[in-house]
Structures are given as structure tokens and as C-alpha cells.
Design a protein around this ligand. Structure first.
Ligand SMILES: [Zn+2]
Length: 233
């Protein structure tokens, strides 16, 4: 009799343990699933956060088209990078001041749009210094980035002048066509995370195309940043 009761209560205990174990397993599995969902949501969020690109404009500023472009960038809350020549910076100082005031990054594109060669290294260096001085006088900011015309560069200037070259990854050749839709398509079909887009702010068609590119890519979830954020973040 006592043995029977003991057996019954031990069977009951086993049942309780079994139910408890099943419950615990369910809780652990459920917790793991929730955690996994949270992690993958976070990963997706991180990926979205990191889809940064930069749009850059060379050869300016232009007294009319650059102002138009700045208006459009301001409306969209977009920051761009401008590689200006020292000559144009001196000619249109107000545009340079406006770029700086509105949070754009200004870089050096030599004084006279000079291409570096084996025989003009000293003059090239002087042009970089002269352009840095012109920009710094207008903005009060040290110039650290250079886009060498035609992409020709010598690493020795990086140490000598404490400047970093910034090339590009997407070139729609906007300067040789006024076909806005074509320029936009060339950019949007090639662009990806961390792209650096090269355009020229001295053409009406470029300004229209650039703002269209920005609208389309923002819609796709891209965030426009200045090149320093892409290179060092
Ligand atoms: Zn150029």
C-alpha cells in the first residue's frame, strides 16, 4: 500500500518534471528566436545606416550654377564636397564662403587646373599652396583634401603638405553632354555604397542632373556625406 502510493507520487513527480522541462525548453527556444529577430533587425538597420555616398563637384565655383546647386542642396539637406580651383575661389569669394557656411567640404583642385607632370612638380606644389591659402583666407578652415586634375598625383605631397588625394569611383562624364537623363542614368546605374561621384558645377545640365541623382538615391536609402566621412569613418 505504502509502496503503491510512493510509486504513484514518483510518477506524478516525473510528469511534473517533464512538463517543467518542456516549458523551460519552450521558453529558451522562444527567447532565442526573439533574440535572433532582434539581432537581424539590428543588422538590417546597421546596413541601412552605412549606405553612405559622396557627391563631389570639380572646377568651380561658378558664379551662377554653383549658387543654383547650393540652393538645391540646401532644400534637400545634403552636404557635398567641392574641389575648387584657386583662381575661381578668388574670383567668386562669396560662393566659397556660402559653401563653407552651409556645411559643405571644400578641397583643392590646384590654382589653374594644372596637371602634374615629371617636369612641373615644383610649380604644381606652389599651386596647391596658393589655393590652400586662398580658401583658408575665405573660410578660416585648413584645407586637407585635394583632387588632382586628371587624377595625376605624387605621394610625396601628402607628407610635405599634409594633404590627402581624393579620386572618384563614378564618373558620368557630365562635362561632355547636356543630356540630363543620360547623366542621371550613368550615375544611378553604377553607384553603390561608399561611391564617390564626380561632377562639375559649371554646367546647367549638371546641376539639374545632380539634384535628380540626389533625389533618386535618397529615395533608395542612400545618405550623402562629405568625402572625409567616407575616407575615415
Ligand atoms: Zn577638373
Amino acid at each position: 500500500m505504502v509502496d503503491g502510493m510512493r510509486r504513484k507520487s514518483s510518477i506524478r513527480l516525473k510528469k511534473v518534471i517533464k512538463i517543467f522541462a518542456v516549458l523551460m525548453a519552450a521558453i529558451v527556444l522562444c527567447g532565442a528566436a526573439v533574440m535572433r529577430d532582434r539581432l537581424s533587425a539590428k543588422a538590417a538597420g546597421d546596413m541601412e545606416d552605412s549606405r553612405k555616398i559622396a557627391i563631389t563637384f570639380d572646377d568651380g565655383p561658378h558664379p551662377y550654377y554653383t549658387e543654383q546647386l547650393l540652393d538645391g542642396l540646401k532644400e534637400r539637406g545634403v552636404k557635398a564636397t567641392f574641389f575648387v580651383t584657386g583662381m575661381h575661389a578668388e574670383q567668386y569669394p562669396d560662393v566659397i564662403r556660402r559653401m563653407n557656411d552651409e556645411g559643405h567640404l571644400i578641397g583643392n583642385h590646384t590654382y589653374s587646373h594644372m596637371q602634374l607632370s615629371s617636369s612641373n612638380s615644383d610649380v604644381f606644389k606652389e599651386e596647391l599652396i596658393r589655393t590652400n591659402d586662398a580658401i583658408e583666407q575665405l573660410t578660416g578652415q585648413e584645407v586637407q583634401y585635394v583632387r588632382p586634375p586628371y587624377g595625376t598625383w605624387d605621394k610625396k605631397f601628402e607628407k610635405e603638405l599634409n594633404m590627402f588625394p581624393v579620386l572618384w569611383t563614378v564618373d558620368p562624364l557630365d562635362w561632355c553632354s547636356d543630356n540630363v537623363a543620360g547623366i542621371v542614368q550613368k550615375v544611378t546605374s553604377k553607384v553603390k555604397e561608399n561611391s564617390i561621384i564626380l561632377m562639375h558645377d559649371e554646367y546647367k545640365s549638371t546641376v539639374t542632373a545632380a539634384l535628380q541623382v540626389i533625389d533618386e538615391l535618397m529615395e533608395e536609402g542612400y545618405e550623402f556625406v562629405t568625402v572625409d566621412e567616407l575616407l575615415f569613418d
